[in-house]
Write a new protein. Structure first.
Length: 323
């Protein structure tokens, strides 16, 4: 299955000129200048603004903003990203946070502008290798995990148990992922080993898909850090490789030669792959398509990425629990 970058962009974005004037003013106060132009950006699923800004004095920045009442979950993620970003070490390949606005029911973050582009989807060999190589440097910079001005958070992994507890979601799983529904006992057995598989000392991004990566001429920049958690150094590599299977590419050769996966227990990798699929499919299968806040693009993307992880798992030798 192939896709493009539009498929990984939410359907609830708001342009700059539709923000309340108080929010636009607040963002301009952070920047110390007047916004002369704004261009909405592709990639990611957060509600609200996600735009590159051009100031009247020629400077550039990136801003994202959300109505906290309309999307409280997204607002919470924005607030946590402020806390996480403040703890990332100098030199980490992340955009520098210039400031934040949190007032009048809105939360906005303002970052330095990164003159880059999302990796082309389907993955191109050169870009994929470049991003995977950058993961080694990223893990080294974030090990041991820096102290964050934020409480620890659980990784976005696992969900097979939640599916079992919801007949409606389980029925939906049988439609979108019939093989997974038939092999549910295997995934439950792998999920039981998740606590031991996520032990580690590295700060993981926790949502490392191609829509959270920017490529410049010199750098690979990783954006959007609200889901960061502390775990094994290879966690983000496994997550990223799951997206590779979405394009019909076998991730296994890339995994076999990646330095961060060298010597890692293959069962631990299986656990993470299954847990990644479980989180995505449980979330997608629990969505109510008739609800006004449901984003159909997000549901589609979660389903596609979950199935891609399962496809990768099916290409690996069966070992460990549930084999």
């Amino acid at each position: 299955m192939t896709t493009d970058n539009d498929a990984f962009t939410g359907s609830r974005r708001r342009p700059w000129n539709e923000l309340p004037s108080s929010v636009r003013t607040g963002i301009e106060d952070v920047l110390g200048g007047t916004v002369a132009g704004a261009t909405s950006q592709k990639g990611g699923f957060s509600d609200g603004l996600a735009a590159r800004l051009r100031l009247a004095d020629g400077r550039r920045a990136f801003a994202k903003a959300v109505d906290a009442a309309a999307a409280p979950g997204v607002a919470a993620h924005h607030r946590r990203e402020v806390e996480v970003n403040g703890g990332l070490p100098p030199g980490a390949p992340v955009p520098r946070l210039l400031g934040a606005y949190d007032a009048n029911g809105w939360v906005a973050l303002v970052f330095e502008d990164v003159d880059g582009a999302l990796p082309v989807q389907p993955w191109r060999e050169g870009e994929l290798v470049r991003v995977l190589d950058a993961m080694t440097d990223l893990s080294e910079r974030l090990t041991p995990a820096p102290r964050l001005n934020s409480a620890a958070t659980s990784p976005r992994l696992g969900g097979w148990g939640r599916l079992v507890d919801s007949p409606r979601s389980l029925a939906r799983l049988a439609v979108v992922a019939p093989r997974a529904a038939r092999e549910l006992d295997r995934h439950l057995a792998l999920e039981a080993r998740l606590p031991e598989a996520i032990v580690g000392e590295t700060l993981a991004h926790g949502d490392l898909y191609p829509f959270n990566v920017l490529l410049t001429d010199e750098r690979v920049v990783v954006v959007d850090w609200p889901h960061a958690w502390t775990g094994p150094a290879y966690a983000d590599v496994v997550m990223l490789l799951g997206s590779v299977a979405l394009d019909g590419i076998d991730p296994e050769p890339y995994a076999a030669r990646h330095p961060l996966l060298r010597g890692v227990d293959p069962v631990a990798v299986d656990v993470l792959i299954s847990a990644q699929a479980g989180f995505l499919l449980a979330a997608a299968c629990s969505m109510d398509a008739s609800a006004p806040r449901t984003d159909p693009r997000l549901e589609h993307a979660m389903t596609a990425l979950g199935l891609a992880s399962l496809r990768w798992l099916s290409l690996r030798p069966r070992r460990g629990p549930g084999r």
